[in-house]
Write a protein that binds this ligand. Structure first.
Ligand SMILES: Nc1ncnc2c1ncn2[C@@H]1O[C@H](COP(=O)(O)OP(=O)(O)OP(=O)(O)O)[C@@H](O)[C@H]1O
Length: 699
């Protein structure tokens, strides 16, 4: 039944066109009634799809009219151009209406792409352009991007022009063969073909260089922009807490690459295809005999063009119906691959724990399940691909024959030459290839859409984290710098990411120049309090005053050891050359890491080489080098034996006499090493409050 409606609609459109061109009111009326009947059985979305197809047809017709007129004026091409009469009223009206519907439906997608793409082309920073054979010169990053893009667009249009020119060569060449014109044959081959073919090769080579230069510059800029915004003001930490954007690594590394490549690989070929469609449509349109319906004397303007168009639209539609499930399957495949990779990466990270627990069997089963997921979906994908390819390949084969079937009667009756027949056949093929643009890109469209989504949500997550961070517009925890020396908490109510309250603090003063020990049950929110004081915990509200212009350093229980030399690990987060060898070695001796002083330039995975205690002492050495005004130690010496812990604390007090120290620790021996005590006390509502105590108090 549905098929019947579609068939009626298609026939009605043909009747409208034929009726209008032959000025036959009867056929026109039949077409109008048919279209109305068909529309009555259509769903709303189908009517809009119909209008979209109609609008494309007429958009092409309009563009062809304009381009034909301009090119004929300029007289750029040998012969064969002729002005095309503007399309008449009824289809035009429907077409213009359809164009509007079509254009509007694309606006949101284009806006999203433009929002992600445009910042690069507006980037003001200056950069060095290294474009051989021109000497390197300084230019704005965005300007260079625009220049490269414009250059590529021009080059691209040149290539369309070349293929158009070669189609005329094709016509003249076969005509010369048919007429046994040896001079014409050699002339075409030597002077026409070789020149244009050489230009085509050179322009392709230049395009490769310009293309890759633009893409790598654009991608680098985007990756730096995203990683910069992600790292800024501890946004990365708040994003992972809030869980607003999974796998930032994939977004920064993979999705920026996919976005840049795909945007380029869609935009330029799309432009090529549109220009190809327009220029070859003109050829199809402008050959008079190709407008005559084969076997009859009826002439329909652009008959063969319409045939190519209707044929391709129908094929595109069928291919879309067959290929549509592939979009979802591709998306799923990417996700399953990512899960498998993630399982492998975790295995590497926890290799020691897994080996100690003999967990390899369980890991192997887990990996094999993950890979099984990949395989299951892969087979579905293969079948979907087979179905689509069956159709597209058969269609491509039919393509070779269809134009000849349409033209053969004219050729055999002597109305057209062999040259014209082959030219029209190749133009027919070009028009239908251009129309099949989206079919050929089913897979990449799926991943393109996914990348755009991931980048857009990542941007939103970064903006949210930025707003929640210290000083951000949505930040309810006000960390103000005040004159004076102490750090004071006026009021502070901290919650978990899910809103559950955990810490309530008021009137807490951490005195400058002294050392304060914070104690309390496990899970009472001591570390969370430290995170809030450091300005990275976004959940809750309150007011904290920190002394103005003072350097604060927080050492967590598990220190972070970056990749690189031991010198870089020790100087972190300062540059590796921020401290002299003598300074570094002295700090290492003080934390009893003297045995490592001759390995400063050794690059290793230090986080896996050094013992837990050694790593903690290395972090203390960093503090000795950085000499902060405030040092927060969050169980930063918990892996050391008591004697060594005592020695290290005494050393810190000795070496950093100006530094105010706040520590979290569970061991009772720590009390003797501190001047003051703050204990976490449980409230009736289950939250904890830090309270200053005398040393003897608090159990
Ligand atoms: N990102 C998070 N999401 C959900 N809950 C969290 C998060 N971070 C901490 N918590 C919870 O908040 C509570 C306080 O954690 P916190 O690490 O501050 O405790 P702590 O007093 O330092 O504990 P410990 O002495 O064991 O180190 C715990 O119950 C913990 O599970």
């Amino acid at each position: 039944m549905r098929l019947l409606s579609f068939a009626v609609a298609a026939l009605a459109v043909i009747a409208l066109v034929v009726g209008q061109q032959s000025s036959s009111a009867g056929i026109l009326g039949l077409g109008a009634v048919g279209l109305l009947l068909a529309f009555a059985t259509f769903r709303a979305t189908e009517i809009s799809t119909f209008l979209k197809i109609f609008s494309v047809v007429f958009a092409v017709e309009y563009v062809a009219t304009g381009a034909g007129a301009v090119l004929a004026q300029v007289g750029f091409w040998p012969e064969g151009w002729q002005a095309i009469a503007p399309p008449a009223s009824l289809p035009t009206t429907i077409g213009v209406f359809g164009i509007l519907v079509y254009a509007i439906s694309f606006i949101p997608a284009i806006q999203r792409i433009a929002r992600l793409a445009s910042p690069y082309f507006e980037a003001p920073e200056s950069t060095t352009a290294n474009l051989w054979p021109v000497k390197p010169f300084r230019i704005g990053t965005g300007r260079l991007g625009i220049a490269l893009l414009v250059f590529l667009v021009v080059l691209n249009q040149l290539q369309v022009g070349i293929s158009l020119r070669l189609s005329f060569f094709n016509r003249d060449f076969y005509n010369a063969i048919q007429e046994k014109d040896a001079n014409g044959f050699w002339y075409q081959l030597i002077y026409v073909f070789s020149v244009w073919a050489a230009i085509a090769v050179i322009s392709n080579l230049i395009e490769i260089v310009a293309n890759y230069t633009l893409l790598i510059r654009w991608r680098r800029w985007m990756a730096e922009k995203f990683s910069g915004a992600w790292l800024n003001n501890a946004n990365h930490y708040r994003i992972s807490l809030a869980g607003t954007a999974d796998n930032p690594d994939q977004r920064i590394a993979e999705d920026t690459r996919a976005f840049v490549n795909q945007t380029y690989n869609f935009a330029l070929p799309l432009l090529t295809q549109v220009s190809t469609l327009v220029s070859f449509s003109i050829i199809l349109w402008s050959i008079p005999v190709a407008s005559v319906v084969p076997g009859t004397e009826i002439s329909i303007p652009g008959f063969i063009f319409w045939m190519a168009l209707i044929y391709s639209v129908a094929a595109t539609w069928i291919a879309h119906l067959i290929g549509r499930p592939m979009i979802g399957l591709e998306f799923e495949q990417e996700k399953r691959e990512a899960n498998f990779r993630y399982s492998l990466a975790r295995l590497r990270e926890y290799s020691e724990q897994i080996a100690l627990m003999r967990g390899e069997g369980s890991e192997q089963r887990h990996l094999s399940e993950r890979f099984g997921d990949i395989v299951t979906n892969f087979y579905r994908l293969v079948w979907a691909r087979v179905r689509l390819t069956t159709f597209t390949l058969s269609f491509a084969q039919a393509n070779v024959v269809v134009p000849y079937i349409l033209l053969a009667p004219h050729y055999f009756s002597g109305k057209i030459t062999l040259g014209i027949m082959t030219q029209v056949a190749s133009a027919f093929d070009r028009v239908q290839t251009a129309m099949s643009f989206f079919i050929d890109r089913y897979q990449s469209i799926a991943s393109y859409v996914a990348s755009i989504n991931r980048l857009t949500t990542f941007e939103a997550a970064i903006a949210q984290a930025q707003a929640q961070g210290a000083g951000g517009k949505d930040s309810a925890i006000d960390i103000a710098q005040k004159p004076g020396k102490d750090t004071t908490v006026e009021t502070l109510a901290l919650t978990l990411p899910n809103g559950k309250p955990i810490v309530n603090a008021s009137d807490l003063t951490l005195p400058a120049g002294l050392s304060t020990l914070v104690v309390g049950p496990s899970g009472s929110g001591k570390s969370t309090l430290f995170r809030a004081l450091a300005g990275i915990w976004p959940f809750g509200k309150g007011k904290v005053a920190t002394p103005e212009g003072q350097h604060m350093l927080l050492l967590p229980q598990r220190p972070y050891l970056p990749q690189g030399s031991l010198r870089a690990v020790l100087s972190y987060p300062a540059e590796p050359d921020a401290f002299s060898d003598a300074e570094i070695q002295a700090a290492m001796e003080k934390v009893k890491l003297g045995h490592l002083t001759d390995r400063l330039d050794e690059v290793d995975l230090w986080g896996q080489r050094l013992s837990g205690g050694e790593q903690q002492r290395l972090a203390v050495a960093r503090a000795l080098l950085a000499k902060p005004d405030w040092l927060f130690l969050d169980e930063a010496t918990a892996s050391l034996d008591e004697t060594l812990e005592n020695e290290i604390y005494a050393m810190i007090r000795r070496e950093l006499p100006q530094t105010s120290i706040v520590s979290i620790g569970h061991r009772s021996t720590l009390r003797a090493l501190h001047d003051g005590l703050v204990a976490m006390e449980k409230n009736a509502d289950g939250t904890f409050s830090p309270k200053a105590k005398a040393m003897a108090e608090a159990g």
